[in-house]
Design a protein around this ligand. Structure first.
Ligand SMILES: [Zn+2]
Length: 361
């Protein structure tokens, strides 16, 4: 399932919202095409806002009927709502959030995106409100109407869904629960951010990762660094380089292009350390032997489990994660962007945060 974010020119933080939404695993991929959509009215009607989504659909052949389009706009709307959905089109108002919530505005916006995706899949209709599932009395459910706009804080801090709505979730997401779990984990993460703010931890500021050829990974903003051996450097650099692209273990084992990419990276890191120690006249000969050894090491890395012994790859991956957790130990929300995730073999950090100290590979 694909969700396309678009924005009007006055909202400039869509990339941040996108990074956050993509930081949680699941079948939904969030995408962003940063060509802003102009809407001339100061406070457009719902029809105008949904028309902007439709226009975007009609001018982009990639968007399928089943995909969602979400317009993020700083403009207030005629009914003064935070957001609304109609079929698979959604708008979210991005301004004024600091009046209602003290956490970074991008999280409130992301909450609205996830909430509206759920509501749209539940089939809630703003033109014909079903009061069983849209609550005018506060229930701390994501489907609270929040006529008093300050009530929104209750739903964001609870991220919960009442029993009535949960029944509907079971019915409407049947066979598609992974989609629901991903959306719910976005809501849960934002609820957790309130908790973390409460304990006065800094969150949400992602750092560049600068990769050095000697296997140093430097987290610039936190002024922290970690050191990995050449093999782990190659693996981690591969994940960072490919950002949020997901690969299965089979892909890594069998796809020649991916394997060559890792071999190249391994060569890059290993040379820095080993060439220091050898005489230049032996360099060519050494390079030949070294190449075979490099290919063999990477082949071994992705071998299947042998004789009940844990294969090389998962233990290297968990060692990398261990080093990251040890390095950025103050904040689990931040850590989560940098570690390599379970079966997806990806990180949650966009690759525009990745820099190479010694030139681009
Ligand atoms: Zn409810």
């Amino acid at each position: 399932m694909k969700v396309y974010l678009i924005n009007t020119p006055g909202f400039t933080e869509t990339n941040k919202v996108l990074d956050f939404l993509n930081s949680l695993n699941g079948p939904i991929s969030f995408n962003y095409n940063n060509a802003p959509i102009e809407i001339s009215d100061y406070a457009p009607s719902f029809d105008k806002l949904f028309a902007a989504c439709k226009l975007y659909r009609s001018t982009n052949a990639d968007i399928k009927e089943d995909d969602f389009v979400v317009l993020l706009t700083e403009k207030p709307n005629q009914s003064n709502w935070f957001s609304a959905s109609k079929e698979k089109n959604i708008f979210v108002c991005t301004s004024d959030w600091e009046r209602f919530s003290h956490i970074d505005t991008i999280y409130s916006i992301a909450f609205q995106v996830a909430e509206n995706l759920i509501q749209s899949i539940l089939g809630l209709n703003i033109d014909n409100i079903d009061e069983k599932y849209v609550h005018f009395m506060l229930k701390s459910c994501i489907n609270d109407f929040c006529q008093n706009k300050f009530d929104i804080i209750a739903k964001m801090k609870s991220a919960s869904i009442c029993n009535d709505c949960l029944q509907l979730v079971r019915q409407k997401f049947e066979g598609n629960m992974e989609v629901f779990f991903q959306l719910k984990s976005i809501l849960n993460r934002i609820r957790d951010i309130y908790e973390l703010e409460f304990t006065n931890l800094q969150i949400g500021q992602l750092s560049n990762v600068v990769i050095h050829q000697d296997g140093t990974f430097r987290f610039e903003k936190y002024n922290l660094e970690m050191q990995l051996n050449p093999l782990r450097s190659a693996l981690y650099a591969f994940f960072l380089k490919n950002g949020t692209i997901k690969y299965t273990n089979e892909d890594l084992r069998n796809n020649v292009d991916l394997k060559n990419e890792i071999i190249q990276l391994y060569r890059y890191f290993k040379r820095q350390i080993e060439f220091k120690n050898i005489n230049e006249q032996y360099a060519n000969l050494y390079n030949k032997i070294n190449n075979d050894e490099i290919i063999c090491t990477i082949d071994k890395l992705f071998q299947q489990e042998i004789d009940g012994r844990r294969p090389n790859y998962p233990s290297n991956k968990s060692e990398i994660n261990h080093e990251i957790n040890k390095t950025i130990q103050i904040d689990q929300v931040k850590d989560n962007y940098y570690i390599t995730k379970g079966i997806n073999n990806s990180v949650s950090l966009s690759n525009h945060y990745v820099k190479w100290a010694d030139g681009i590979i």
